[in-house]
Design a protein around this ligand. Structure first.
Ligand code: PLP
Length: 389
């Protein structure tokens, strides 16, 4: 085998995703783009706010715009802008030293897992979870340890407390959640903080909370509570991939709670991981987001699609919880085997992702980062698929 043994299964998993992607292209060629209902990808199609383009133009025309190396944690003035924004939003007192600019949320996850956890240690994650977590755990040599959630996809705190042991280093959460759309409440986060505090004392070592929040600004009628209020030993990370529709530009950050144990050391370690991997987050887009704190895409578009999709699928007979955030629906598979049901959907030109891939068997994920017309036109196929099983 010309590649490392440990890479073989990772390549196989990646090739499954690639195959799904290629299948979409093949089907569009065969049936025409308007007749393929591809809900498999979470790639934002809502355009970035116009101010993003204007800011880029301003920066390009500004002689002071720089393109060189900078501190590995990012431009000080950009980290200051992020800290100022977060301090206002969360009522805390972050300094720029506690902000690390990263290559998207994925870059922040790669940094923080390597900064916090030794190889072989456990990263606890509520299931279902974003598939990328497997990969980030893999590169850090840590183990992803899924823990079950309640039937409404909220935290099962008893199960979390039960799953923690002397090998646990990080509790990784994601709210609003991909794939379920659940948004954790203030009280469940607070209780989670208490669980982590108790467990840290019990095992005599700090367990950190890492909160992955790239969908924070895409929430419907609910508050996305502050994780910083729940537990001081928290690292919040996010990106501009979804909130500014800049997924391809690879820009995000992590913020370490000022009261977290060894906060400064964690920031320094994350910066050192950057030197070993990506060196630094993209320079130009650091400067763009430094000027655009608190801005987001028009989330009314996602809300409209959510409502449209939920109504159509309910009428067709599917069962699911109405998502409170992000841009995914996670319906129950009408047959036990979600992988088989996704094949039935495909026979109706509908592309979805089996819940099994997210550690959520018996469900399937639909992304509504697609035009309204595609959603509307897909309902006939959904009905046919359900009637056929
Ligand atoms: N975390 C979650 C929950 C995601 O859904 C994604 C991307 O879809 C990421 C992290 C990675 O985001 P980014 O593109 O900013 O690296």
């Amino acid at each position: 085998m010309p590649i490392a043994d440990k890479m073989v299964t990772m390549v196989e998993a990646a090739s499954m995703i690639r195959k799904m992607f290629e299948e979409g292209i093949r089907m569009r060629k065969k049936y025409g783009a308007d007749n393929v209902f591809d809900f498999s990808l979470g790639n934002p199609d809502v355009p970035p706010p116009p101010v993003v383009k204007q800011t880029l133009l301003d920066l390009i025309n500004d002689e002071k715009t720089t393109h060189g190396y900078m501190p590995n944690t990012g431009y000080p003035q950009v980290r200051q802008a992020v800290a100022d924004y977060l301090n206002k939003e969360y009522g805390i007192s972050l300094t720029p030293e506690l902000i690390v600019m990263t290559v998207g949320a994925a870059g922040a996850l790669n940094d923080i897992l390597r900064a916090l956890a030794n190889p072989g240690e456990d990263i606890l994650v509520p299931a279902p979870y974003f598939v990328g977590y497997h990969q980030y755990a893999f590169v850090s040599g840590t183990r992803l340890k899924p823990v079950s959630s309640l039937s409404n996809f909220h935290l099962d705190l008893a199960a979390v407390e039960d799953a923690i042991d002397e090998n646990t280093r990080v509790m990784l959460i994601n709210s609003p959640n991909n794939p379920t759309g659940a948004v954790y409440t203030k009280s469940e986060l607070k209780e989670l903080g208490e669980v982590l505090q108790r467990a840290s004392q019990k095992y005599g070592r700090r367990i950190y909370l890492v909160s992955d929040e790239p969908y924070r600004r895409i929430a419907y009628d609910v508050e996305v509570p502050s994780v910083f209020d729940a537990y001081p030993h928290t690292i919040l990370l996010t990106s501009y991939s979804k909130e500014l529709s800049l997924a391809g530009e690879r820009i995000g950050y992590m913020a370490i709670h000022p009261d977290a144990e060894d906060a400064q050391m964690i920031a320094a370690a994350a910066g050192v991981v950057n030197t070993m991997t990506v060196v630094n987050a993209p320079s130009l887009f650091q400067q763009v987001v430094g000027r655009l704190q608190g801005i987001s895409v028009d989330t009314a578009i996602y809300r409209r699609r959510r409502d449209l999709f939920c109504e159509g699928l309910q009428k067709a007979g599917y069962r699911f919880d109405i998502p409170q955030g992000a841009f995914y629906l996670f319906p129950e598979s009408p047959i036990e085997n979600d992988v088989e049901f996704v094949k039935v959907l495909k026979e109706n030109q509908i592309l979805a992702v089996p819940g099994t891939g997210f550690g959520g068997p018996g469900y399937f994920r639909l992304s509504y980062a697609v035009p309204d017309a595609i959603i509307k036109k897909s309902f006939g196929g959904f009905k046919k698929a359900l009637d056929s099983v």
